[in-house]
Design a protein around this ligand. Structure first.
Ligand SMILES: *Cc1c(COP(=O)(O)O)cnc(C)c1O
Length: 480
């Protein structure tokens, strides 16, 4: 399997290069040159597999044996998911109070969010490649709260990786900050960036600037593990299959998956799963008030609007960069058409899709946007009905799904992705609940632990970040 850049101005590469590069050298995102198809018979044979066995089968379709032999891939997968607190890795629970609705818990990894699903795997795979090449990388991460902790945890003890965790100060929860700053490792640095009007998007822009210069990227061996990295999107395909198998009896049945969308990484993975042959009736693209995706699917226009800070802060994103990857795949992998849209958006902050392309974009996906008030009401109602505490991101997904239910076939199983543990957002929970019954559900030992340790972090103003990072990278220049 080869990987091509969405912009098409660079040669195809193998998976090792795609993963280690992050962005393609032309500034595009890597996509597989084709999407492998899965037959109904193959689906049936996958149904009984454990999460890790399923991961092995799916990832094998994208990763040549000549680059990662089967035994090595097994070992990387087992190591990556061995850190999860649930033996199922991503357990599925039926809602007790809503018929045919299920929750797929994606937050049973070491830092209690969906980001753990792919991050451990990606960093272990990177370390495998880098050790073999005797190289190192500086990984720059921009976080809206969950990517940073997941990357920090996954980088612990890795000799080939220096991790720089950049977060917008004041815009993520103190619990999320604590998960990063508690780390006392020589290869991990947390940086609080002040004055970020566009939150994580501001940080993404600085990283893209650093990585966009080929000389800088090479000199400092920079890479990224944000979901621009194909490895993240690839590993996230697995839970869509796994969840589907848990809520259907045979592969003639369809299901609906509701996904809380931020940078569109999880949705891109789901759409690829569909393209591979996963029998989904629809994917639901659930937005908070930052509704760039909702506007694309409803109005057919991708436009940049000012950031709104919401209680589902991990989804506070202005430009859902993985939508570009999805757009390229869905509209026939046409570099010329793609570049026209991409250039226009970068120039004007807006692009309107033609009717034919829009039909492709909308195929299999419906969208909804949910504000904080509705999110809070859903969390309260669900807890009152069945004592299950959903985090604000999962709540956006469930509220979207319940709102769109009338557009869906009756009695179809509806799987809602819960992407974070509520213990990461105690302040939001205390705003929702006046009584104390919920409090046992909003705690987790690993969060309590984070407060017991010294906090290690650097500070920087956004307008100094580029220069400051260049300076720091120069002093820590990665050995050849
Ligand atoms: C990252 C994140 C999302 C959004 O996922 P994308 O892949 O960026 O769309 C949703 N919920 C939580 C809790 C997250 O951390």
């Amino acid at each position: 399997m080869k990987y091509i850049s969405t912009l098409g101005k660079t040669d195809p590469v193998n998976i090792e290069t795609a993963i280690l590069n992050g962005y393609a050298p032309d500034g595009g995102l890597y996509v597989p040159e084709y999407i492998p198809k899965v037959s109904p018979e193959q689906l049936d044979s996958w149904r009984p597999l454990s999460f890790t066995d399923l991961a092995f089968e799916i990832i094998s379709l994208y990763l040549d044996r000549s680059i990662v032999p089967a035994v090595d891939l097994r070992e990387i997968i087992d190591k990556s998911y061995g850190t999860f607190e649930s033996p199922a890795i991503t357990p599925v629970l039926p809602c007790k109070s809503i018929k045919n609705v299920y929750i797929l818990e994606l937050f049973r990894g070491p830092t209690l969010s969906f980001k753990d699903i792919a991050m451990g795997f990606l960093l272990n795979l990177m370390e495998y490649f880098l050790t073999r090449r005797n190289e190192r990388r500086n990984i720059l991460v921009a976080t809206t709260g969950d990517t940073g902790p997941a990357c920090g945890y996954a980088a612990i003890g890795k000799k080939t990786i220096n991790a720089w965790l950049l977060y917008p100060q004041g815009l993520i929860s103190p619990e999320q900050v604590g998960q990063m700053t508690q780390l006392d490792e020589t290869n991990i640095r947390s940086v609080a960036v002040k004055e970020c009007p566009d939150g994580g998007d501001d940080l993404d822009r600085v990283i893209a600037q650093l990585m966009g210069d080929a000389d800088t990227k090479k000199k400092y061996s920079i890479s990224s593990v944000n979901s621009i990295n194909w490895g993240r999107v690839m590993a996230q395909i697995v839970h869509h299959f796994y969840g589907y198998f848990r809520v259907t009896e045979n592969s003639g049945e369809k299901a609906v998956i509701a996904v809380p969308g931020g940078a569109f990484g999880n949705l891109c993975s789901g759409a690829i799963a569909m393209e591979m042959g996963l029998p989904l009736e629809k994917l639901i693209c659930a937005n908070n008030s930052n509704a760039t995706l909702f506007r694309i699917f409803t109005d057919g226009v991708m436009s940049r609007k000012a950031l709104i800070n919401t209680i589902s802060s991990a989804m506070d994103i202005v430009i859902p960069y993985n939508f570009w990857r999805y757009l390229f795949i869905r509209t026939g992998m046409d570099h010329i058409k793609f570049r026209t849209w991409f250039d226009q958006f970068n120039k004007t902050g807006e692009v309107a899709f033609d009717a034919e392309s829009l039909a492709q974009i909308r195929r299999g996906i419906i969208a909804e946007s949910v504000d904080d008030q509705r999110t809070k009401a859903l969390i309260r109602n669900l807890f009152e009905q069945e004592q299950y505490l959903l985090d604000p991101h999962g709540a956006v997904a469930l509220e979207s799904a319940l709102t769109l239910k009338e557009e869906l076939p009756e009695d179809i199983p509806l799987l809602c992705l819960a992407t974070a543990h509520p213990a990461k957002f105690p302040k939001v929970m205390s705003e929702i609940f006046k009584d104390l019954r919920y409090q046992d559900h909003v705690r987790h030992a690993s969060i309590d632990d984070a407060n017991k340790y010294l906090k290690h972090y650097y500070e920087c103003d956004l307008n100094q970040l580029y220069t400051a990072l260049m300076h720091a990278l120069e002093r820590n220049i990665a050995p050849k």
